[in-house]
Write a protein of this length. Structure first.
Length: 255
């Protein structure tokens, strides 16, 4: 029979996984537009790129707003669950204790920072979703996820936290970038003749491939560093939660 602690660990892993999913979608979308899509449009004549830019901005706006709203929801669930873990109380008894969690714990401070970032993002997204500021704020949201990870045991301003944040950001650029690569490129190719479609797709794929190679290299470096810190022996791969998560990541990447 599953114990209460096992249940809390499962929920903690689920909530973190959902936070990571939202961050990957958010940062990946914005990174693709800034580092892939915009440079491609800049190589085209203004009269040819204007309509494609508007189409891309509409697509990014919908995904960004959806990702931010999703993160708001997961953030709220995370707060309630953290209160339950810290107090040992049920979901209906924990709400009176949430102010203590928010004001007297490191986790609560990070939660407040993430909520402020998401609030600013939801205000900026409708009109400035493709701005540099929105991208920077989204990276800030990713950093808050690293600030509640295993890496924070070494301190907030530590190399492990930096490595974890870099790992998450470049996973987001690589995996999250697949969403616009699949759906945005298909959308913008509608109405273009075959030669223009081919040239546009080749340019996008070449730029994305170069970014993906850089991302994978940094993901491997930071992943190996994280494994060295948290899984000092082969036995820990199956005996520690971090090791099991690492094996799952490797299986996913290989698959």
């Amino acid at each position: 029979m599953e114990t209460l602690s096992d249940s809390h660990l499962l929920w903690m892993a689920l909530v973190r996984g959902l936070l990571v999913f939202g961050v990957v979608l958010l940062v990946g979308e914005l990174g693709f537009f800034r580092f892939i899509f915009e440079p491609v449009l800049d190589t085209m004549p203004p009269e040819a790129s204007a309509s494609l830019r508007r189409m891309g901005e509409r697509f990014v706006r919908r995904v960004v707003i959806g990702a931010v709203l999703f993160l708001f929801l997961v953030n709220a669930v995370a707060l309630v669950h953290e209160g339950m873990m810290m107090s040992g109380k049920g979901v209906f008894q924990v709400f009176s204790l949430l102010p203590v969690v928010l004001t007297r714990t490191h986790w609560g401070g990070v939660w407040i920072a993430r909520t402020l970032l998401l609030t600013i993002l939801i205000g900026l997204a409708p009109r400035r979703c493709t701005s540099t500021l929105v991208l920077i704020l989204s990276v800030g949201v990713a950093v808050t996820v690293s600030l509640i990870s295993h890496a924070v045991d070494a301190g907030d301003l530590s190399l492990p936290v930096l490595a974890d944040a870099v790992h998450l950001i470049f996973v987001s650029l690589w995996i999250g970038g697949l969403v616009p690569l699949r759906f945005l490129t298909r959308k913008i190719c509608i109405g273009l003749d075959l030669p223009r479609q081919r040239n546009l797709l080749l340019d996008i794929l070449n730029r994305y491939s170069r970014m993906a190679v850089t991302a994978v290299v940094l993901i491997i470096i930071t992943g190996v560093y994280g494994a060295w810190l948290h899984v000092p022996s082969l036995a820990d791969l199956t005996q520690k939660a971090y090791g099991e998560i690492l094996l799952t990541k490797v299986a996913f990447a290989v698959g």
